[in-house]
Design a protein around this ligand. Sequence first.
Ligand SMILES: [Zn+2]
Length: 309
Amino acid sequence: MIINDVHCHFFSPQFFATLGRQRATPEADSRNPARPPSASDICRELNWDDPVSPEALAHRWIAELDAQGVTRAALMASLPGDEESVAAAVARHPARLVGFFMVDPSAADATERTRHAITELGLRTVCLFPAMHHVPLADERVGRIVEIAASQPGIAVFIHCGALSVGVRTKLGLPSRFDFRLGNPLEVARLAVKYPSVPFIIPHFGAGMFREALMAADMCGNIHFDTSSSNSWIRYTPGLTLDAAFKAALSVVGPSRLLFGTDSSFFPRGWQKGIYDTQKQILDMCGVSAEDAALIFGRNFDRLFPAAG
Ligand SMILES: [Zn+2]
């Protein structure tokens, strides 16, 4: 069976350098500017491997996917402004990697960046984190970005809903001032109704807003779920198990709109095989046919993101 992973993070040198700049340096002033920690400093502090360059990191990802038997993966630029890093990786391995990128709709250059990432850099999914960027999905700045995605064939929109924690920020003591009210799957449904040709991806089954995510996907045939991460949100619904969540998603959304993902990110940890093992076991236990499992683990990904090159 082909395994494609729709949810991996590309933690590039620029990603770590940006986190370094976000580090508060209270002792700095204009006459004595404190040098922000470099990407390498940040990696050393985290005890993670230094990605060195986008090309080297792309190479590492490909070696990891090969070692784990994963055919293709979506890699997300995980901070706004890091599109070029992922584009460099995808350009090297267009048959294996699909580029996703995060956009902050409140940024002055958000529409320009989105257009550039899609039309010039060949990235294929816009990622929105409304709770992080404090822009409601009904805001016209979001509308303008989705409009750009809709104007190009084959571009998807990923919208993080529900609970959100960014492990690397917590580890570095960086603030995470998220407004969780803003990530509601029913607001994704509003956009999905307006742009029926655009595939929308809600990660982690809605990350705690499972009922709303199911409602949204039931009403809108262009809403997909990704299955990534440990899905620890299930503890917000008393008694809910991941098996039961999969069963409900299969019965409401169906196997054609579930996309397997792990939420893998840094090295040396690499690709999170444990997530795959757990989900494979659950689908086997649920009696999902080999054909439906093949859709979830790989074919839906290939349908949404046909291999380039
Ligand atoms: Zn993620």
